[in-house]
Design a protein around this ligand. Structure first.
Ligand SMILES: Nc1ncnc2c1ncn2[C@@H]1O[C@H](COP(=O)(O)OP(=O)(O)OP(=O)(O)O)[C@@H](O)[C@H]1O
Ligand SMILES: Nc1ccn([C@H]2C[C@H](O)[C@@H](COP(=O)(O)O)O2)c(=O)n1
Length: 209
């Protein structure tokens, strides 16, 4: 069984996917972690963001392992846990360029499709491209301001600065961020996190709940 939760930056995908996965007793998969890990390694190696060849050689030479857990994901390269470095403003600023590379997207898709079911998968294109036959699909939205205030509170940053960065990231990620035609779209703006999780659980087909 696969449930997909897609949406724009800071719309609540990870938090909602985690809550739904816990309620179902299954892991959740954060596809963004793989894009962020590839970006972190590219930045550390000083690789050119527009040339996929050296990055793919690095990723295939020393493979990454995504560890989906009910409470969160971790990404390992050998014995090195890359997770602590994935959610920095530096990675935020560089990840869209890496995620735009078709070769990197193909690598991420291959990694995701190799994971054993069941799981909740969150990202931008889980319901459209990676798992089009998922059992249930959801797409989260909220206004840039609402998302910025949540992210700013989470990271202790200025909401105006965060809002501008989110709008820019939405623009850069637009090509892969459309909702699947059969996805249920949820505006999380008026809802608490628990309210969104409850709405997703209530909308699951009987066989998945
Ligand atoms: N409905 C909600 N009400 C209030 N706060 C929320 C809600 N949904 C998410 N949040 C909070 O908003 C912040 C961003 O949520 P989260 O990290 O899950 O978003 P995301 O879509 O996974 O972000 P990114 O695209 O950067 O990975 C977190 O602090 C989270 O707790
Ligand atoms: N399925 C996905 C997941 C993520 N991305 C890109 C776009 C995001 O800016 C970046 C980080 O994702 P996040 O951790 O913020 O969910 O990775 C993508 O293109 N496709």
């Amino acid at each position: 069984m696969i449930v997909t939760i897609d949406g724009v930056a800071a719309s609540g995908k990870s938090s909602v996917a985690s809550g739904v996965a816990r309620a179902l007793g299954i892991p959740y998969v954060s596809s963004g972690f793989l894009y962020r890990a590839a970006t972190l390694l590219a930045l550390e190696a000083g690789l050119p963001p527009s040339d996929p060849a050296p990055l793919l050689a690095l990723l295939r030479g020393r493979p990454l392992r995504l560890e989906p857990l009910a409470g969160g994901n971790r990404v390992w390269q050998g014995e090195r846990d890359l997770t602590p470095g994935l959610h920095s403003s530096r990675v935020d600023a560089g990840v869209s360029a890496v995620a735009r590379l078709p070769e990197v997207r193909a690598w991420v898709d291959e990694e995701l499709r190799a994971l054993p079911e069941p799981f909740v998968a969150e990202g931008r294109d889980m319901g459209t491209n990676v798992f089009p036959h998922a059992d249930a699909k959801f797409y989260l939205t909220a206004s840039p301001r609402v998302r910025a205030e949540r992210r700013a509170q989470e990271r202790g940053e200025d909401a105006g600065t965060v809002e501008a960065a989110l709008i820019e990231r939405d623009r850069r990620d637009a090509a892969q961020s459309a909702p699947a035609p059969d996805a249920r779209v949820i505006d999380t703006g008026p809802l608490t996190l628990e309210g969104v999780i409850g709405a997703v659980l209530a909308a699951l087909p009987a066989r998945t709940a």
